[in-house]
Design a protein around this ligand. Sequence first.
Ligand code: AHM
Ligand code: MG
Length: 341
Amino acid sequence: MTEHQTVQTLNQFIIHRQTQHEGARGELSRLLHHVGIAAKIVNRAVNKAGLMDILGNYGDKNVQGEDQQKLDVFADIHFIDALKASGECAAIASEENENIITFDDEMSKNAKYVFCMDPLDGSSNIDVNVSIGTIFSIYKRISPRGEEATIEDFLQEGTKQVAAGYIIYGSSTMLVYTTGNGVNGFTLDPSIGEFCLSHPNIKTPEKGKIYSINEGNYINFPTGVKKYIKYCQEKDVDTGRPYTSRYIGSLVADFHRNLLKGGIFIYPETNKNPTGKLRLLYECNPIAFIAEQAGAQATDGHNRILEIKPTELHQRVPFYTGSNKMIKRAEEFLDFFESEE
Ligand code: AHM
Ligand code: MG
């Protein structure tokens, strides 16, 4: 018999994991399955973006006052449709919608989960063929099943997430997710139209050599961040400095690279945006859950992201994530210069 390489699809993997959990009724599995379907629909559009009338501005602004791109709106609609069709999602919070979206069909009203998402992250890279992504986070609702979900279902600490993940539409398309039992990555094989396990049990190196930050904002950074950047650029044989700078401007792509190779990603508070730019619920919390599950860290410069109690749907937070040793060092700089000021 000829040797063959076993392929494990996302759905096979999800079902296999589900059967290991006694009492699991497949609700989360069905939800994740539908996330995979939406991801493929968005992937199809991203792949053909230059050929379809899907690039450019939609002509409207989202709740944060940012211009909506056509692909932002497309991704938002298709994820909402797929989640509704799953019947396992009671409500959705999305970067593109000011308020939560609740479903009122019987099945969805009885669903156990709510879903937070940034349907298309990295909007500024859409039109120029640079990697973009989708980020998602799943919670058990706290409102009674059978009733309409409420905003309180979404204002839970990140530690309460039951699953989180992202899709990266890059040189290949990957879905990476965790349910709190390690991080696994699946690459879309376009020839069979399936996400296949390609990166089992991802672990981030304890230290790395990449720092990722938008240095164009340097003048507005806190002193500790400015000094840490200079530290990254200094020569030091023991720590392997100078480090290398990599910044794409798509959180998913920047995080994904550092997740695999080791590194630090920072989107700090600035004079202009004292709470940073990235959103706690559907950007930082899911990424933080994945980071921790891969043995890395995610903080706001001082506190663990996952322990922050959200007060608003579209809340922003300073974000520091990556290899343990690098986060520790960056925080030492922050602490030192804050105590001086
Ligand atoms: P978006 O959700 O509107 O696309 O914005 C979030 C993006 C992140 O993907 C990325 O890390 C960051 O904004 C880049 O911001 P900047 O251009 O200020 O560096
Ligand atoms: Mg985003």
